[in-house]
Design a binder for this molecule. Structure first.
Ligand SMILES: [Fe+2]
Ligand SMILES: [Fe+2]
Length: 494
């Protein structure tokens, strides 16, 4: 008897772990028995393929790309690598296994069983959060669509396309939730996700950073390091959700997202590495001698700092206002938790606690204690900043190991902000408040100027020979799927 029960549950667990590739839409949510949702998704599919054709990577659609595809949601071995043409990638619906007896880990419903259906009273809020998350996924594909033309190597080209197809899958993940749990208005939202366009004047994507251009590969690496990391923080918070299907979706998305941030972190490492090597070989001792360094065909460190300043601050804006009743409501409702909520040792209700928030008080930046509930955006942003620091330590290690006295730093959170407490003032990267005139005179020292952009653009010459790399970036230490340095990650001629 006991044995039978455990066999049955084991088999059940296997079904959830492994992805069914027999249907048009790969999934581990038993779509073949969920006819209505399957039909809705099949109805949405052609529009998605049209969107991919119009707004997905420009060119290379007939190239064979060495991509990973998820075959299981088991964190120990879920991917298979193979050559795939991007339009043939099997986008699918993959949820982490359901945790038995999971309870809502925070808010007013703390300790109650997690919801398997949408709680009626929180329906609108939940739908909005899913739509906002969903909107970022196709947006980044649109932002990156021109980059294939200037990839510094086949290795990098492959990584770009891997990120792109997975962002496409993340859109599927959110669309599944909308179509399965939100009826007609969910279907309308799913259609709208294919209608909006990054940077479009009439129908832009919902969040600022996702309407910015990603003009070059340094931007791409900064974006995957800083902006995908905002995505990580948002997904972690939603992975805590009392709405269990959302939690399970986000948990699996996080395993894919890790690669995107790896691409960013190692990409910047390789740029920094190449720069300091070239400087050393040429006997340049001053890293701030921009003209001399640029003459070597590498990106000078001050320009890397400016790009970092831009992408970090655009990403900070994604966390919203430091003090927010929306954030408090989503937490109280059990919809959106904190980063690592279940590991935090407190009451998980936050009715009486406070959290320090950086605010502008009488013209000065000060820490002010606010109710912890309304300060949740600030808290998540602080967690994000801490997470960002790790990469900077690695990049600075490369610089100091090469013998250079130069440190990449994160600018003060008051610098270059369009959302929140500091949106109406100007501050230096060190957090010193300055007037408009000073800002206009000096901003070129801190943010990429047109000249900087032109210089970086001049380096963006595509390299498509197997095993070769552009002048401004080092090869990776290890290949994807442990492939050797001369592996043909993208077969362009087909
Ligand atoms: Fe994503
Ligand atoms: Fe991502």
């Amino acid at each position: 008897m006991t044995e039978n029960v455990s066999n049955v549950s084991k088999e059940h667990a296997m079904n959830i772990m492994n992805v069914d590739y027999s249907t048009k839409i790969p999934n581990n949510v038993n779509l073949s028995e969920d006819r209505q949702v399957l039909k809705a998704l099949e109805g949405w599919h052609p529009g998605y393929m049209n969107w991919w054709g119009d707004m997905g990577p420009e060119g290379f659609q007939q190239s064979l790309v060495y991509l990973r595809t998820a075959y299981s949601v088991d964190p120990r071995g879920w991917a298979k690598f193979d050559y795939v043409k991007m339009p043939d990638y099997r986008w699918g619906i993959l949820l982490a296994p359901q945790e038995e007896n999971r309870v809502i880990p925070f808010g007013e419903h703390f300790g109650e069983p997690a919801w398997q259906e949408v709680p009626g009273e929180h329906r609108a809020m939940l739908r909005r959060l899913i739509v906002i998350q969903g909107d970022t996924e196709p947006a980044s594909v649109e932002q990156q669509r021109h980059l294939g033309k200037t990839a510094p190597s086949l290795y990098d080209l492959r990584n770009l396309f891997q990120v792109n197809v997975e962002e496409g899958r993340h859109l599927w993940a959110m669309v599944y939730l909308l179509q399965k749990y939100f009826g007609r208005d969910g279907r309308e939202e799913a259609d709208d996700l294919l209608r909006r366009r990054s940077g479009d004047a009439d129908s832009p994507r919902m969040l600022g950073a996702f309407n910015e251009a990603t003009p070059d590969w340094l931007s791409f690496f900064m974006f995957t390091y800083f902006t995908d990391r905002d995505g990580k923080m948002q997904l972690h918070s939603l992975a805590q959700s009392g709405f269990d299907p959302l939690s399970r979706t986000c948990r699996f998305m996080l395993t894919e997202e890790a690669h995107h941030m790896f691409v960013g972190e190692t990409g910047i490492s390789r740029v920094v590495q190449r720069t300091v090597e070239a400087m050393k070989a040429a006997g340049i001792s001053d890293p701030n001698d921009v003209a001399k360094v640029r003459a070597l065909g590498v990106v000078d460190l001050p320009t890397i700092q400016k790009k970092l300043n831009l992408h970090y601050t655009l990403s900070l804006d994604l966390f919203g206002s430091e003090v927010s009743t929306n954030a408090a409501n989503a937490f109280n409702a059990g919809i959106k938790g904190r980063f690592h909520e279940t590991q935090i040792k407190d009451d998980h209700r936050l009715q009486n606690s406070t959290y320090p928030v950086l605010k502008l008080v009488n013209g000065e930046i000060k820490r002010v204690d606010e109710p912890a509930l309304t300060a949740l955006n600030m808290r998540l942003r602080d967690d994000y900043t801490q997470d960002c620091v790790k990469g900077l330590l690695r990049w600075n290690k490369i610089i100091s190991t090469a013998g250079y006295d130069f440190k990449l730093t994160l600018p003060n959170v008051a610098f270059h902000r369009q959302i929140g407490e500091f949106k109406d003032i100007h501050a230096t990267p060190d957090g010193v408040l300055i007037d408009d005139a000073t800002w206009n005179k000096r901003k070129g020292e801190w943010l990429p100027s047109t000249d900087d952009g032109d210089f970086i653009a001049s380096l963006m010459i595509p390299v498509t020979e197997v095993g070769e790399f552009a002048s401004w970036i080092s090869p990776p230490k290890v290949g994807i799927d442990n492939k050797p340095g001369d592996f043909e990650y993208v077969k362009i001629e087909t």
